[in-house]
Design a protein around this ligand. Structure first.
Ligand code: FAD
Length: 447
């Protein structure tokens, strides 16, 4: 008799934890992921600023799941789901294929949103994947190199001005790390510029940094950013952008900030697959394209399709929308796995999904973080210790944990950065892809 066929789309937190929870279940799992690695997104900013390597935050999925014999890992982007015939169509490099399912778990995460200004992406890479982080690394370290070659003080200033858009955890962490580069790592290494001259500007349309952490921690974070020399521009909306600067509407009026290096850390949108699934199932989506799921994380009317993590929209028991954070995806993945097992065992469905909020963390600089855990509000060094412990716990793979600790010691106890290499291709590949097309699509066209 054929075993139950479970197809999982996405090897992020949601997909991976669902699969791991099914390691002993009598199911044949096919995991489809667009990349060959699982990405630990919360540490992307450390990759972009030269602290960690890409290998440390993105272990190969095959290696992670090598002992789990009921999983077949397949590379490719799921392009559509045929719910009538229960088939997922996949576009791999130079090959298109289909996979049949009895149950489908969709955990394809979120993409960057530029709020309708996609042209900003050329000038301000987002922080969603390894390509983004490598490009940012090339741009950030490259900016100091190019500034060192300039003779006009205005050009030096333009190359030494870094604007980070979005003062949530990612933007705050990014701004903090660029400030550490300018003030701790790079001074003394250039003969024509002083890296201390660098301006790091953190911009947000709302009136607080780390808005979701509450007033107390938000104020702490703001103070720490000021101490580090980060200029924080709140209630400031980005209205335009080009290669040499950024246009903003502030409380003072319209302004242009000359800057060659911009980082976009604001806004998420569900991937295109969410729209296709919503269309064929009739499911509702929110403004960001996330699918409104039933309380058991299935698509309404389709108990065989689970949608979880960043791709779903679900309110908690107080009517508040669950946030797009790793714990929502992890707990959702485990919940979906439990439901699958219960069905296979002929048991009634579990109670509706209930998210247990374990708290929020964000680092601002070395030895300084903010932590909101239950009623506890911590900042400074104690919060930073919790941050280190939590990130080590969830980082996948023993060897990655060991090397991450070594690299953190280099950067936090010392002043160095172990991963400063960036290639020209990493800096300019975005333009090539735009001009010549996505490599996957091209491979298909060339056949
Ligand atoms: C820069 C950054 C920092 C963050 N920091 C934190 C933090 O500090 N704490 C926290 O809790 N959360 C943080 N988050 C959020 C957290 O990473 C996400 O909530 C979590 O990763 C969501 O898990 P997921 O499984 O839904 O999606 P993801 O982890 O994004 O995984 C989705 C997977 O699906 C794959 N995929 C996408 N589309 C397709 C397709 N069509 N076909 C096949 N595969 C596909 C992707 O390649 C990816 O592997 C951060 C996110 C970012 C981007």
């Amino acid at each position: 008799m054929q075993r139950h066929r479970l197809v999982v789309i996405g090897a992020g937190f949601g997909g991976l934890f669902a699969i791991k929870a099914l390691r002993r279940a009598p199911v044949d799992i096919t995991l489809i992921n667009g990349t060959a690695y699982h990405l630990f997104q919360p540490l992307l900013y450390q990759m972009a600023t030269g602290i960690l390597s890409e290998g440390e935050i993105a272990p190969p999925i095959r290696e992670v799941l090598r002992r789990q014999k009921n999983v077949d890992v397949r590379l490719g982007w799921a392009t559509s789901v045929d719910t009538a015939n229960k088939i997922v169509s996949v576009s791999g490099p130079g090959i298109e294929y289909q996979v049949e399912y009895d149950t489908l778990i969709v955990a394809a995460g979120a993409a960057q949103s530029y709020f309708g200004n996609d042209q900003f992406a050329d000038h301000a890479p987002g922080m969603k994947n390894i390509d983004d982080a490598l490009e940012l690394r090339a741009r950030i370290f490259g900016a100091f190199e190019i500034a060192d070659l300039q003779t006009d003080p205005d050009d030096v200033a333009r190359w030494l001005t870094f604007v980070v858009v979005g003062a949530g955890p990612t933007g705050t962490e990014m701004a903090g790390q660029i400030a550490e580069l300018a003030h701790r790592t790079l001074p003394g290494q250039y003969r024509h510029i002083d890296p201390h001259q660098a301006r790091i500007i953190l911009v947000d349309a709302v009136g607080a940094v780390l808005n979701t952490f509450g007033d107390h921690l938000s104020t702490r974070a703001l103070r720490q950013l000021h101490l580090m020399g980060v200029e924080v521009e709140l209630n400031t909306k980005v209205v335009g952008m080009d290669a040499t600067g950024i246009e903003v509407e502030t409380e003072r009026g319209h302004e242009r900030i000359p800057s060659m290096t911009k980082v976009w850390a604001a806004g998420v949108a569900a991937p295109p697959l969410a729209r296709q699934i919503a269309e064929v199932t009739g499911a509702k989506t929110d403004r960001a394209g996330r699918i409104h799921v039933s309380p058991d994380l299935t698509v309404p009317g389709h108990p065989e399709i689970f949608v979880l993590g960043d791709m779903m929209n679900l309110n908690d028991e107080h009517g508040v929308q669950l946030p797009g954070v790793a714990q929502v995806a992890i707990q959702g993945g485990r919940y979906a796995a439990r439901q699958v097992k219960r069905r296979l065992d002929g048991q009634p469905p579990d109670k509706p999904f209930k998210y247990f909020d374990k708290g929020s963390l964000a680092t601002i600089s070395r030895f300084s973080a903010v932590a909101s855990v239950g009623k506890l509000r911590l900042s400074g060094f104690p919060a930073w210790v919790i941050w280190v412990a939590v990130h080590l716990f969830y980082l996948v793979g023993f060897k990655n944990r060991v090397t991450a600790v070594l690299h953190w010691a280099v950067s936090f106890l010392g002043r160095g950065r172990s991963e400063r290499v960036a290639t020209v291709q990493q800096a300019f590949a975005r333009r090539a892809i735009r001009e010549y097309g996505d490599p996957f699509t091209r491979a298909l066209d060339d056949r």
